[in-house]
Design a protein around this ligand. Structure first.
Ligand code: NHX
Ligand code: ZN
Length: 639
């Protein structure tokens, strides 16, 4: 969602982090490099120059100040000199009189003088007549004025200038942008192999080819094969794209250069492009090796559209440079470029053409078996209790990715430690799953009894209807413990098996289940509350999709309404373009509303028929706060 406002913020944040990392890297040079004042850094040279300049400027200022001070004479003395004919020449302003005195002995240097005249000439005459020596000062004193009006601003300006100069020529300073070579460092974090990547069998299989190529660049060529230049890993966040790339490099035994594409985008046009050039140049020197460009979509977004604040221009140049580099390098050089993205659809088509990222490998979300394998890998070093069944954990986590499962394994261990246990038990995993899927518990969000009752009825409504409705996924757990940012309660359903399609009856039932929470509130407490907005939103989305995208409505027929459109320049990902008339729009709205109302009616019927069970369930939930799916099934059977 790089284009939405929040995406902007994220990008900015990422950029800031990258900048900070760069700064920190500079401040703490790697231990293996003992050259702290880097000679090729312009900062080193300019620092010396600056010091010398500063010393000279100060000396000069001090000197002129001292001279002025030595030359000052009282005004009375000046008048005396005039009288005696000692003044060779003078410059008279309304503030000061400067000039030269004739040398006392012929051939000597004429002496400078400076004095302040007295405006009151009569007084001057009188003083002069009486032979009084007098000095004139206006305001404070002219010397102070001189210091204040000239010296101080100069010193301040000089200070500011030197500060800025240092900033600019420092690392990441903008005099250096693009000048400082973007250095890439091979990761040395222990070689990772395919054994460290669980699941993703097909992706691994496809990647073996790239490994073979890097191990032995000449072999494929001898057979007349064309070298794969770029491999694009496509998959949801957290599916392990970076890990896979790292493993490929590890398997091939080549250096791995990890670059985030977001780092290329700089404030100034052309800098990103220079970085790309730098990096490819260095990679060529270190071949065979692998360059991994994470978040390729940051620079690879489709070109075109008006330029916004110069940002697009920079991105476009960077992208063009990347394309040029990929075209330019000789595949036999043994450099493999891998990139990752979770939004391949927004990439510029030019990136995917032959000779560039022409090999695309999809890294799917892990299925049940893959999740099990991933869990086994992540729990390898954790002491597991006897009751832990990782298969059950895998079953309980549909839709989660490798990063989530790593998170769960880690959370479970932390919870077990907090619990003072020697081994991680199944209950710890349960708690960890809930935490990762629904957010941490917020017991401090204490509800009063009235609200607690409402929450209990709301969730009971969902749970009851989910169990009664023909296609509802079984309820696993109902909770009225507040969790995460704002949730007050949740009903967790778990699929029996993973599904890739939804049938029309299933979708209708889903709408019914979503509306059941609000419906139970209405039925029992006489009114609805604001809490159900999320349910309503989801239900409306399903209903609209059924009518507009899935052709599941009799009156509108099996066709789609509205067209997806890329509108990069509006900073929106895609906008629905209306490709139908007013009447159709009205019909769509009516049909969507009809689906929702049907779901609501259905939920109401079920809840009314099973009112006793609903009451019993809500009572139990209020008492215990968490009720398992088993107990809910028993309640239904019992009534
Ligand atoms: C509020 N929260 O925002 C209060 C604090 C109707 C009993 N003023 O439908 O928790 O109203 O079946 C994930 C994360 C909704 C999903 C946060 C869904 C926050 C949830 C708003 C139960 N369960 N509503 C539900 C709920 C609310 C909300 C979220 C979420 C409530 C309802 C939240
Ligand atoms: Zn709800």
């Amino acid at each position: 969602m790089t284009n939405t406002p929040s995406g902007w913020a994220q990008q900015l944040l990422r950029h800031l982090k990258a900048t900070r990392a760069r700064l920190e890297a500079w401040q703490k040079p790697p231990a293996d490099k003992s050259r702290t004042p880097q000679p090729d850094q312009p900062g080193g040279i300019s620092r010396h120059l600056l010091t010398i300049l500063a010393v000279f400027s100060l000396l000069y200022l001090w000197q002129s100040y001292r001279e002025v001070r030595e030359d000052e004479i009282p005004y009375s003395e000046f008048l005396r000199h005039v009288e005696e004919g000692n003044v060779a020449d003078s410059l008279i302003t309304d503030q000061v009189i400067t000039g030269h005195l004739k040398p006392a002995t012929p051939g000597a240097e004429p002496r400078d003088f400076i004095t302040v005249p007295l405006a009151n000439q009569e007084l001057a005459n009188t003083l002069q007549a009486k032979g009084v020596q007098y000095t004139v000062r206006y305001g404070s004193n002219w010397l102070g004025n001189f210091l204040f009006n000239w010296l101080l601003p100069m010193v301040v300006l000089f200070g500011l200038w030197s500060l800025m100069a240092r900033r600019m020529s420092g690392p990441g300073g903008f005099l250096n942008m693009g000048r400082g070579r973007a250095r890439i460092h091979a990761e040395s974090s222990g070689q990772i192999s395919f054994q460290d990547v669980a699941g993703a069998l097909e992706a691994k299989q496809e990647l073996r080819e790239s490994i073979e190529f890097m191990r032995n660049p000449s072999r494929i060529q001898r057979l007349g094969g064309r070298m794969p230049k770029g491999v694009l890993l496509v998959g949801s966040p957290g599916t392990g794209k970076t890990l896979l790339a790292r493993a490929v490099a590890g398997e091939a035994g080549v250096p791995f250069f990890n670059i985030s594409a977001a780092e290329f985008i700089e404030m100034f046009v052309g800098v990103g492009a220079a970085r790309v050039r730098d990096i490819f140049e260095q990679a060529r020197q270190k071949a065979p090796c692998m360059i991994f460009i994470d978040e390729l979509d940051a620079i690879g977004r489709a070109r075109g559209g008006p330029v916004a604040m110069g940002g697009h221009d920079e991105r476009e140049q960077t992208l063009n440079q990347l394309l040029t580099e990929m075209d330019g390098f000789d595949p036999s050089a043994g450099v493999v470029v891998m990139a990752a993205t979770n939004r391949p659809e927004i990439l510029d088509k030019a990136l995917l053409r032959a000779g560039r990222f022409d090999r695309q490998i999809v890294v799917d979300k892990p299925g049940l078996e893959d999740r099990l394998a991933i869990l086994e890998l992540h729990t390898a070093r954790i002491t597991l209790g006897a009751d832990v069944e990782l298969r059950v954990v895998a079953q309980r986590t549909p839709g989660l990715v490798g990063a989530d499962l790593a998170n769960i394994s880690n959370e479970a261990a932390i919870i077990a430690v907090r619990d003072n246990q020697d081994a991680v038990a199944m209950s710890h995993f349960e708690a960890a799953i809930d935490r990762v899927m629904a957010g941490p518990e917020k017991k401090s969000r204490a509800l009063n009894e009235t609200e607690k009752r409402r929450v209990a009825y709301h969730e009971s409504g969902h749970a009851l209807v989910a169990e009664i409705v023909p296609t509802g996924e079984p309820v696993h757990k109902v909770s009225i413990i507040p969790r995460g940012a704002a949730a007050l309660g949740f009903t967790l359903q778990l699929p029996v098996e993973e599904k890739f399609l939804s049938t029309e009856p299933e979708l209708r039932d889903q709408i019914t289940i979503l509306l059941a929470g609000r419906c139970a509130e209405e039925l029992v407490l006489g009114c609805v509350s604001s809490g159900a907005w999320n349910d309503l939103e989801k239900a409306s989305e399903i209903a609209r999709a059924m009518v507009c995208q899935l052709g599941m409505n009799q009156n509108l027929g099996p066709m789609t309404y509205g067209k997806r459109q890329q509108l990069a320049y509006l900073n929106v990902e895609s906008a629905e373009e209306r490709n139908f008339g007013e009447d159709t729009a009205r019909l769509i709205d009516a049909e969507v509303r009809g689906l929702i109302e049907e779901g609501h009616r259905h939920a109401r019927d079920i809840l009314t028929t099973h009112r006793d069970t609903l009451d019993a369930m809500a009572r139990l939930l209020q008492e215990r706060e968490v009720v398992s799916g088993e107990e809910i099934k028993q309640l239904i059977r019992g009534n």
